[in-house]
Write a protein that binds this ligand. Structure first.
Ligand SMILES: [Mg+2]
Length: 123
């Protein structure tokens, strides 16, 4: 199983990666520092799940989801990881094409069911 994490803050990236490894120790986790880097990777690589920050330089999460849905035409489930998960933003995220969202700081109890929904049980 291949997972792509898109996040411009190194600390957040490491934390998220370590959390995912707890649930899916065998997962192949790739990282991208912003949407533009992720977009380039997605042109050639297939992932089972994408988790993306929203606020990033070069290309933000909204720019990335637009590329994923309208240009790359990928069906890959894409989860927004956002610090500003207030109600209006949640709806905006879903309308933009994200399948789900989790809020920062990431709570393991919130992350686990989302991973389970899109990746199934660990193997
Ligand atoms: Mg950010």
């Amino acid at each position: 199983m291949k997972i792509l994490l898109v996040e411009d803050e190194e600390f957040n990236l490491v934390v998220l990666e370590e959390m995912i490894k707890i649930f899916y120790p065998k997962a192949h986790i790739s990282t991208a520092a912003n949407g533009k880097v992720a977009y380039e990777m997605l042109k050639t690589e297939i992932f089972d799940l994408i988790l993306s920050d929203i606020n990033m330089p070069e290309m933000d999460g909204y720019g990335l989801i637009e590329k994923i849905k309208k240009e790359l035409l990928l069906q890959t489930p894409t989860i927004a990881v956002t610090a500003f998960a207030i109600q209006g933003d949640k709806e905006k995220l879903l309308l933009a094409g994200f399948d789900a969202y989790i809020s920062k700081p990431i709570d393991m109890n919130e992350l686990q069911p989302v991973l389970q929904m899109y990746l199934g049980d660990s193997s």
